[in-house]
Write a protein that binds this ligand. Structure first.
Ligand SMILES: C[S@@+](CC[C@H](N)C(=O)[O-])C[C@H]1O[C@@H](n2cnc3c(N)ncnc32)[C@H](O)[C@@H]1O
Length: 230
C-alpha cells in the first residue's frame, strides 16, 4: 500500500492538525461529488435547500435574519448554507479548509446564477476575513476561539448564528465525539458582549441534540479588538 500523498495535499510548513483536517475533508467532499454526479435528483432546483442548516431556515422563517448586507459562512463546506444565505439576498462569503468543498460550492453557485465568494482558510491558524459582517454563520463545526473571534467581526446590529450539537447528543449517538460538542449554555459564554436574542437546546428533526443561538452585536457597545487582518 502506498503512503504517498497526492500533490495537492502538500502542506509543508503547516501544523500537522491542518493537514489532517484538510486531507480528511477533501476526501469526503470528493466522495460526495462523485456520488452526486450519479444522482439525477441533485440537479433539481430544490437541491439548493437540501442539507441547509435547520437553525438558519428557522431563523429566516421567523424573520430574525437580515436579508441585505454581507454574510460570512465559516467552515461551510460545500456551501448549502452559504447558497441559502445568497438566495435570501445576502452578499455571501464562504470560508472552509477544504478546497474541494469550496469548488463544489462555487460550481453550485454558478449553476444557480448566485454570487458567492469562496476563501480557503484554516480557521484554527489563520485570521478570519475582517468584514465587518451583517451576519456570520457557523454550523456543525466547533472551534471555540473561532466563535469568539467571529463575534468581534460583526457590524453594530449584526448577528452571529451558531448551531452545534450538545453533549446530550451522546445519549443517542456516539459521534460526534465529546470534543466536538458543547456543554449546556456554553455557546452564550463564548460571545460575551453580544446580546443573545434566541437560544435553544433541543432534539431537532435530524435526531441530533443541538444548541441554536442567534446573538446580536449591540448598535452601540464596547470597542472590539479584532484578530482579523485585511
Ligand atoms: C461537519 S462539516 C459542517 C459543514 C457545514 N457547516 C454544515 O453545517 O453542513 C465541518 C466543516 O468544517 C470544515 N473544517 C474543518 N476544520 C476546519 C478548519 N480548521 N478551518 C476551516 N474549516 C474547517 C470542514 O472542511 C467541513 O466543511
Amino acid at each position: 500500500m502506498s503512503t504517498a500523498k497526492p500533490p495537492d495535499e502538500s502542506v509543508q510548513g503547516r501544523p500537522v492538525g491542518w493537514q489532517d483536517a484538510r486531507t480528511r475533508w477533501n476526501r469526503r467532499y470528493r466522495e460526495i461529488r462523485e456520488n452526486t454526479k450519479n444522482d439525477p435528483a441533485s440537479e433539481t432546483p430544490d437541491d439548493l435547500l437540501t442539507g441547509v442548516d435547520h437553525c438558519l431556515v428557522y431563523l429566516s422563517q421567523v424573520g430574525l435574519l437580515p436579508t441585505t448586507g454581507e454574510a460570512l459562512d465559516i467552515a461551510g463546506g460545500s456551501g448549502a448554507d452559504a447558497l441559502y444565505l445568497a438566495s435570501i439576498g445576502l452578499k455571501t462569503t464562504l470560508v472552509d479548509i477544504s478546497a474541494v468543498g469550496l469548488e463544489i460550492a462555487a460550481d453550485a453557485a454558478s449553476q444557480r446564477s448566485l454570487s458567492l465568494r469562496t476563501i480557503e482558510l484554516d480557521t484554527e491558524t489563520q485570521p478570519l476575513p475582517s468584514g465587518p459582517w451583517d451576519l456570520i454563520h457557523i454550523s456543525h463545526y466547533l472551534h471555540r476561539p473561532t466563535i469568539t473571534a467571529a463575534a468581534s467581526l460583526l457590524k453594530p446590529g449584526g448577528v452571529l448564528v451558531v448551531a452545534v450539537a450538545t453533549l446530550t447528543n451522546l445519549e443517542r449517538h456516539s459521534r460526534p465525539s465529546a470534543r466536538f460538542l458543547v456543554k449546556n449554555n456554553e455557546l452564550k459564554a463564548l460571545v460575551g458582549g453580544l446580546h443573545v436574542e434566541f437560544y435553544v437546546e433541543a432534539w431537532q428533526s435530524n435526531d441530533a441534540n443541538e444548541a441554536w443561538m442567534l446573538a446580536r452585536r449591540p448598535r452601540q457597545g464596547p470597542s472590539w479588538q479584532s484578530r482579523a487582518i485585511g
